[in-house]
Design a protein around this ligand. Structure first.
Ligand code: AKB
Length: 319
């Protein structure tokens, strides 16, 4: 029998986005309606979900069983390998980043679930397009394993939507900055690490060069955008691949200057590694006017507010 209440499954629930999104979903829908899942053991300090399933999301049979057991209506499918790690494990990145998405789309096509959220990334853009103010409809030319998987995933979302009416929604996240759960394996992660090292060591060596600009978003704005997109009336949505999200754009040097305003003794130096090439293939800034028009995207944090909030919270957390 079909459940009438919204029942939510989050994959990758112990990750950087997953922990904060899960806890927000619990506030909105109640712990009894939220099932968190991930590869690791249930850490009750990280997630307030009412239920936890320790599962490998590529195990289709198990995932289907979980969907049926809890009568899941909505899936936030966040489990993914990020850009840096994907370059080291290309075949596994393809498997993890694509196959479970297709399985969830199939389940929605069969009527087993009603709605899916799946994160895409600015990694879809790639080379051969202008760096600044990159629009929604530019040609996608990713040069990384991660970008290729996200571009393919977007096209699958569009395919299932147009062919079978599957309600799958997506955002091209920029780099995400947060203090509650560390990021892992991404190219934009310098913008998280820098805060930890600023508080713990007073200095940081950046693996991205000083003048490389990339778009970034503070986690609370990312969560708000995700929930706003999911709550938007279906008929308002004109994009069925993934929506551009610009957030704020800055370079490592500009971020270091902001940190110095709060911590005058902070120092930075630069030792770019293999992730520099990835960053060089990504846009420096994004045009997100379509998301603003379709579902009212807005932000609360710029670089100054974000820097202050990160440092204030990490000083307490790491004390
Ligand atoms: C990464 O750096 O891989 C991610 C992303 C931009 O998708 N943060």
């Amino acid at each position: 029998m079909e459940s009438q209440t919204e029942k939510i499954l989050i994959t990758g629930a112990l990750g950087q986005i997953g922990t904060e999104l899960t806890n927000r979903l619990v506030e909105i829908y109640g712990a009894e309606n939220v099932v968190a899942s991930g590869l690791d053991r249930w850490d009750k300090n990280l997630t307030s979900a009412g239920f936890y399933e320790r599962m490998d999301v590529t195990n289709t049979q198990l995932v289907r069983q979980v969907i049926k057991d809890y009568q899941i209506t909505t899936v936030y499918h966040l489990a993914s390998l990020l850009s840096g790690t994907s370059e080291k494990q290309p075949l596994f990145a393809w498997k993890l980043n694509i196959e479970p998405l297709l399985q969830f789309c199939e389940m929605a096509k069969e009527g087993l679930i009603k709605k899916i959220f799946w994160p895409s990334s600015i990694a879809v853009f790639g080379t051969g397009i202008p760096k600044e103010n990159v629009g929604q409809e530019v040609v996608l030319n990713p040069t990384t394993v991660y970008g290729i998987s996200k571009m393919a995933g977007e096209k699958w979302c569009e395919y299932y939507n147009t062919k079978f009416g599957v309600d799958v929604r997506s955002i091209r996240y920029p780099g995400l900055i947060s203090w509650k759960t560390p990021a892992g394996g991404g190219t934009t992660d310098y913008a998280v690490e820098i805060f930890y090292e600023a508080v713990e060591q007073g200095k940081y060596t950046s693996f991205i060069s000083e003048n490389t600009g990339m778009p970034m978003l503070y986690m609370s704005d990312a969560i708000k955008a995700t929930l706003d997109l999911m709550a938007a009336p279906k008929e308002n949505l004109s994009v069925h691949t993934a929506y551009n999200l610009g957030g704020m754009s800055f370079t490592p040097k500009e971020l270091a200057e902001e940190i110095k305003k709060e911590m005058p003794d902070f120092t930075i130096d630069y030792k770019p590694d293999f992730r520099q090439e990835i960053a060089d293939s990504w846009p420096a800034s994004i045009d997100d006017s379509v998301a603003k028009k379709d579902w009212g995207l807005s932000y609360d944090y710029g670089i100054t507010e974000m820097t202050k909030d990160m440092l204030d919270n990490l000083k307490v957390k790491l004390a």
